[in-house]
Design a protein around this ligand. Structure first.
Ligand SMILES: Nc1nc2c(c(=O)[nH]1)N[C@H]1C(S)=C(S)[C@@H](COP(=O)(O)O)O[C@H]1N2
Ligand SMILES: [Mo]
Length: 263
């Protein structure tokens, strides 16, 4: 699977960024884009949106990019603010349908059969009874309108609802002191997040988009939606959740992407 490297022109300038800043830093951006995709940290677009920082002059852009491009997992984890909410948006801003991405083409998506789908639970969880769609859909829901940011440098605002992950983990008796929550997917994708992010108020197991059951290719019947992590940290078509102290890695993480990849 080739890693897609964004060209500088694919960095979409946001309000507050002077186009000339991008022009003047074309080489640096291209270099950072290349290195960050390979190492899995951030593109400029992602960086600006995640930090919400208004970079309006060259030296600020350069210093911020250099600083962030050198963030490692431990530093990002250290900087994580568990009680800080990521920005939320209005219903009018929701993009319908969502924008698709996966490590393969949308035409190659293999839909999950909701009648046979099961969510398996593993690891440091007391009640490992598998969940079927019917039972899962009865869980209490919460909704977040949040920005999805892909490392490739694009983003969209989405309206996601489903059970809060902390609520779910408490319900099944998960060890909330464990280090990782790992996800397996129907399509051979996998991912894992730190427990602090799993317990964050805006992290949900999403079953709906714009108040309707998630359709394909967006991950029916179940996907993760975090407000504080990049797109690739949000597995779709989840089939198993494991709570563990053993570093689980993930599809992109195993290919060199920065594991924490969030704020
Ligand atoms: N199962 C699975 N989940 C996945 C992926 C994938 O290839 N397979 N791609 C990730 C990436 S890189 C992104 S940006 C988002 C895209 O989600 P969307 O199609 O709903 O926008 O899904 C993430 N979750
Ligand atoms: Mo992504």
């Amino acid at each position: 699977m080739p890693v897609r490297i964004p060209s500088p022109s694919s960095f979409r300038p946001k309000a507050g960024i002077d186009q000339s800043v991008l022009e003047n830093n074309r080489e640096l951006l291209a270099d950072i884009g290349r290195r960050n995709i390979l190492r899995g940290s951030l593109s400029l677009g992602a960086l600006v949106m995640l930090t919400g920082c208004d970079v309006t002059n060259d030296s600020a852009v350069q210093s911020v990019l250099r600083r962030v491009s050198s963030f490692n997992d431990r530093f990002q984890e250290f900087m994580f603010r568990p009680n800080h909410l990521a920005p939320t948006y209005s219903e009018a801003e929701v993009v319908k349908p969502p924008r698709f991405n996966a490590y393969y083409d949308a035409n190659d998506v293999a839909p999950v059969d909701g009648t046979t789908w099961k969510l398996e639970l593993a690891g440091r969880i007391t009640d490992k009874t598998p969940w079927n769609v019917q039972r899962f859909m009865q869980l209490p829901e919460q909704e977040w309108i949040i920005r999805h940011i892909c490392v490739e440098g694009w983003d969209y605002i989405g309206q996601w609802s489903g059970v809060n992950l902390r609520t779910f983990l408490e319900m099944v008796g998960a060890d909330l002191k464990a280090k990782y929550v790992a996800f397996k997917c129907a399509d051979d994708y996998s991912g894992s997040i730190d427990m602090a992010t799993a317990l964050h108020a805006q992290t949900i197991l999403a079953t709906k988009y714009a108040r309707q059951p998630i359709t394909d290719p967006y991950g029916f019947p179940l996907r993760l939606r975090t407000a504080t992590k990049l797109g690739f940290k949000n597995p779709k078509w989840i089939t198993a959740i494991e709570v563990t102290n053993t570093y689980p890695g993930g599809y992109w993480e195993d290919r060199g992407f920065n594991w924490f990849a969030g704020i």
